[in-house]
Every structure is written in structure tokens, then in C-alpha cells.
Design a protein around this ligand. Sequence first.
Ligand SMILES: O=P(O)(O)OC[C@H]1O[C@](O)(CO)[C@@H](O)[C@@H]1O
Ligand SMILES: [Mn+2]
Length: 450
Amino acid sequence: MATDQTMHGVPPSLSARVVGSFAYLTVRDRLPTILTKVVDTIHRNKNKFFEEYGEVGIQAEKQAISLLSKLRNELQTDKPVLALTDGLPDTDSWNQYLERQQRLQGDQEPVSWFKSPWLYVECYMYRRIHEALLLNPPISDFDVFNEGKTQSFTESSQAVMSLCTYLEGIKNNIDELSKNPLFEHFNKLMQVSLWGNKCDLSISAGQENSQKTSPLDSLYSLLPFILVDDTKRVWSALISAQRPRESGKNNADRVDIVLDNAGFELVTDLVLADFLVSSGLARQIHFHGKSIPWFVSDVTAKDFQWTIRQAMATNHKWVSKCGVQWQRYLKEGMWCYHDHPFWTQPHEFCDMAADAPDLYTTLQGADLVLFKGDLNYRKLTGDRDWEHTVSFETALRGFGPATLCSLRTLKANIQVGLQPGQGDKLTSQDPSWMTSGKYAVIQFHNPKSE
Ligand SMILES: O=P(O)(O)OC[C@H]1O[C@](O)(CO)[C@@H](O)[C@@H]1O
Ligand SMILES: [Mn+2]
């Protein structure tokens, strides 16, 4: 069996094996910090568990903490990755993936935290956190990241207000807008959604990371930090997907948004989605979220509903109006929310067609799929050590259920589709350009046009 390194000329997966690399520092420093915070959070909620479940709640809290401490120890001492034991519907698939990694790595050494692909072990950590709670029934549903996510929303309230006010302002005369101003609004809201991705809580190891100022005011000054901007191609794809409808209005049928973080980023995505349907650029939006708490701040169904309810209940005319509208879109089926276990598995997306064919088929029904965030970018490109000048299409390795676009701030040392020399120039100007979240890309691919 070919090892990962030699597979068809595809570069190796990023891994903590490379001492000093960003993957190494993440596994050595950031992941244990996240685990410690998870333990603290569970411990701080001890009284709540007691009030809700009595002594059994306290036992569950202790037991979950002991499993998580064991997990942290396995990670820090580079122990072999263990099979899952919780018997969830996706357990077998995780365990098969472990065997697959073992085959790729060869028999000489076991799959382990510092020796195996970073993408795999990082995803595995979140699945093990879930297992630790799941094995302790009365507190199985407890989302250890909930506090951070709700806090991030609350602390961004000024930014949420200005964004919702802007959206309502556009919607006032949206039917009269000609193509150019419509594109300008689209362009802005794409950028707001892009920079919303700065606000994740995984890169900061759970440290508060909300949006304090109006994002609209800084867009112009942030333009030089967008390394690839394919917004015009996304726009053309939306326009060319427009089909005549009975109403006489032209609409693209469906845009799917593969969500990333809750808090401010989710609001930026909801605002973009609202704009797309209210402007007639799309008729339906399908949101894809996570089915378990994931990478600290990622959106689950609960976060999605909570955010919309919270917006509705906000004492601000335009925010609550947006919330009410979003709820209506959901009720009337113009918007819908899905989660699929594949989003919380460790696969590169080029495996989706074979390993989650139902999800692949679902995405094929979209006219455009927007992938939010850094982790989705890592999965789109396989989290591999690509040259920066390799095309996005090459790095996708055949993944293309539909026309797609990644909106991502750079928080991991992978970036493709740059001009020759662009990467070197950035490295000399700002050595942490790939991991600071200061830079971003809007990168497009149309599988039918190549
Ligand atoms: O929320 P995002 O944009 O996917 O960012 C999460 C990223 O943060 C990190 O934890 C930073 O290394 C990555 O593992 C992950 O890609
Ligand atoms: Mn995230």
C-alpha cells in the first residue's frame, strides 16, 4: 500500500510530525488548552448538574472529567489513537477511518497524535469530547462550548445592529435596484461574511474573539488583505443560474451555505442569505451545520435556532425585524437547515462522493455552494502541503458537486491558487500570514467549466 507521502504525486498531509510547524504547535499547545477549558467548563457546571439530576449528575460530571483528562494525557504523550466505543451511528465509520489511516501510515508505527495527519487527529479530539459526555447519560446533551458561542453573539451586539440596519436599508428599495448597485451590495455582504470568519473560538483556544465594531466600516481598508477575490465569478454564476419562473422573476434555484462559526459569523451568513433571497438572486437557501459541538465555535442546530430567536427578541427595531423574517423564511421553506454526520468526520472532501454519496447528491442540487471558514478550506484542499501556486481545482482533487466558493480567513498553513511569487512575498513581509486570520480568500470553482 502506498504511504500518504507517495500517493499519486499528492503532497503529504500536514502533521504535527513536522516539529515546529503550525500543526505541531496546535497539537502541542492549543488542543490541550482547549481540553483544559472543557474540563473547567464541566466542573463549573457541577451545581447545575446536581440541581437537574441530583447525585447522578455529580457522578456523570466526575466521570466525564476523568475521561477528558485521560484524553488530554493520551494527546500530550502521543499515545495511539483509540477506537471509539460509544456506539453512535457514526462510530463504525470513525473506527474504519482509523484503520484506513493505519494502512496509509504503514505497520511500523501506530496512528497517533503527533505522527498522523493533523486534520484527522484534530477532528478526532472533538469526537472524543463528544464521546466523554455521551457515555455519561444525564449530561450527554451538555454543549461544552455553548457559553463561548452565546457570549460571542452577545458581545457582537453593536456589529449585529449595524449589519441588520444596513440590510433593512437595502431591502427598502431592493426591487428597484439595477444590476450595478445590487452587485455592490452583494460584494459588501460577501466581504462581511468573509471577515465574520475571523471570529472563531478555536484559533484563540476559546479566548473571547467577538466583533466589536461595525464590519461595514472597515471593508475598504481590509481589501488589500483579500489575497484571491473571485466575487465576480460567484456573481456571474448566480446570474447565469437564473431561470425564468412563473412569477416572471428570474432566480437561481438554490444556494447552499456550509456554515462555520456561531456568534457574529453566523449573523453575517444569515444576512447574506437574506439578501440573496430578498433580492431574487436565489429562491432557496439550504444551511448545513454540525450535528455535534465542533471546533469550539461551530454552529449546531441549537445554535442556529437560538441565534434566530435571540435576534427576534432583541430590543432593536431592525435586528428583531431580521429575526422575524428569518423565522418566516424557515417556516415557509425558503430556508432550511440540515446537518449530516459527514461534516463532523475527518474526511477530505474529495472523499465525499465515495464516503457520503447521499450528501454529495444533496449538494449537487445546489446552483452554488458557499463553504465558510478555515476548517472547510482545509477539508476542500485535503489539508495537504500544496505549493501556493497549485490551482484550487487541482487541490480539490475532483471534488465538485456544484459550483462552489470558499470564504475563508487564513488560520492554517495551507493556501493554494496564488500567483507565482505571491506566497514568498507575503512570507517575507509577514511570516505569520497563513495563520493569523489577518488575510482571507474568496476562491471559486466551477466544475463544469474546466
Ligand atoms: O472556524 P474555522 O474558520 O474553521 O477555524 C478553525 C480553525 O482553527 C484552527 O483550530 C486553527 O488551527 C484550525 O484547526 C481550524 O482550521
Ligand atoms: Mn469553526
